[in-house]
Design a protein around this ligand. Sequence first.
Ligand code: ATP
Length: 259
Amino acid sequence: MSAPLLLEAQALTRAFGGLVAVNSVTFSVAEGEIVGLIGPNGAGKTTVFNMLAGSMEPTSGTIRFDGADVTGMEPHDRARLGIARTFQITSIFPALTVRENVEAATYRAYRTGWLGSFFRTKAWRDEEASAAASAEEIMAFCDLADRAEVKGEALSYGAQRRLEVAIALATKPRLLLLDEPAAGLNPEEGQRLVAMIQKVRQSGVTVLLVEHHMRVVMGVCDRIVVLDHGTRIAEGAPAEVAANPEVIRVYLGREAAHA
Ligand SMILES: Nc1ncnc2c1ncn2[C@@H]1O[C@H](COP(=O)(O)OP(=O)(O)OP(=O)(O)O)[C@@H](O)[C@H]1O
């Protein structure tokens, strides 16, 4: 039996004035899958991501998460349901340590809020203890334990990208949206990231990633959706997509030429 669908984008469309950036794109991600969203610059990948995460409203179309329509839902409500994302532009606080960055994200996932913290209620102290334990676990998971006391700004680029994933994992998502996680990484750091994404999936989290780094995409994805000019032009297993003449023409040929 195939896994149930966790995310379903149906006829997703977004126009900016006269420009249709995303044009009736339909795809789904099954629970436990790693799916890649690829395509040339300006294809509409980030716009799709923004609509899935809730920071941008679609012009039309629907988004379902775990069977529920979340199309008009605010990003924080989607986060509460279990959708987390990373950004192309870093979300790290540079002056805070790795531990502080992860703990801050973990606190946001816990509930009591400032009143509890003001009165130092038992519930708040319990939450503080579990947030600290959870941060510890996430740092170890993301291979950052030995850098826990290092400030964000002092991390290597590869470790910064892993910290971004750690921050997103702190909300305990069911679906992790990764926006170009391998951008700027060298091959060794890229491999480390691939291993981490596989580990994320093994822990039960479903992953959708936008990525230009073909070795990462082909190495980690179960399935790939290809966009061009806002339209879905192909979908399939990595080998299938890599051999698709249309995909080679609009994207992979160009990437290979630049490799
Ligand atoms: N806020 C906006 N206002 C107007 N046009 C926009 C806006 N955001 C994106 N676009 C346009 O929509 C199209 C799709 O952009 P998008 O950033 O989604 O592409 P992309 O596939 O993520 O590209 P890249 O690989 O370069 O990140 C582009 O033509 C872009 O210029």
